[in-house]
Ligand binder design. Sequence first.
Ligand code: AN7
Length: 360
Amino acid sequence: MARKGLIERWRARLPVSAKTPLISLLEGETPLVPAPRLSAAAGLPENAVWLKVEGANPTGSFKDRGMTLAISKAVEEGAQGVICASTGNTAASAAAYAARAGLRCAVLLPAGGVAAGKLSQSLMHGAEVIAIRGNFDEALRLARLIAEDSGWTMVNSTNPYRLEGQKTGAFEIVAALGRAPDYQFMPVGNAGNITAYWMGYREAHARTQSGLPKLMGWQASGAAPIVLGRKVKNPKTIASAIRIGDPVSWKRAIAARDESGGHIGKVADREILAAYRMLAREEGVFCEPSSAAGVAGLLAWSKAKKFPTRNRTRLRVVCVLTGNGLKDPDTPKTMSYSLCTISASPAALKRVLKGGRRGR
Ligand code: AN7
């Protein structure tokens, strides 16, 4: 069957009409991959944990789900250009979909705070890339201020179409598992995605009684405003995508947490990097550090013995891996890995290979 973009696939459940132009790069329908080794590491049955690999979207992150709708509606409404502040992935996605639509696109990035791949994407797609001497929260305030009185359409998650598009992740998971999972672990930055998934799961449940997961959101310890209950002025974490101190969807994330009976917690950078490496080495899935925050949360939750012990054979747990590991080529270089340079001779190569495989 020919691949469809997500607006076409879920048209009846999205705010579009026959007049809405379709700006699509055939996003969505990302793989839901079983994770037997992660299941075992979490002390759960082999078939419990599944990875929603959002890095398989056209620009390499979940942001494409919201952007196809936000840019399509911006074109329908006659926008001249779109603007966003971003820790990188929103910018990369906005730049690509705006290029596709022939719209101007301005992206405001925290100077020095964006992974190299994401910056390259925004530049290559022809966005007007503006580095702000400040953090993401300051860049977002600036973008909102300017957008209000200058006719640029905001495509941050303050734009309701972004969350409408992102809710389709929940529809796909329900379709793949035949029901909602019992738990969903995911990173939380601006808190748009956890809000969108809760909308999606509730809508799916209203139609087909598919059940509702407990939503388990994870912030980095140095950037955990929702956990601390106060804004964080200088958020710090190696996971630059979720280096956010004043999330836009703060209240709605708390509602999603409480209505679902879930939890929003924090994990240390050390735990994030351990999960990032574990997924790459043992599951063969390379996500970006921020995406690994949700997996670190899963491992912390199981270590604290918080999963019920009954009915484990039916337990289904989804981790949303929000972005592709290739976005961030620099973080792996800060970790130990095996790279040796030898002369181009068979003897030298044999000597290296005789050492045997280095352990995990
Ligand atoms: C890989 O691109 O905020 O809680 O400006 O890139 O919905 O914000 C990115 C966030 C998780 C957090 N994982 O999602 C941006 C931006 C990755 C991300 C998040 C982001 P939200």
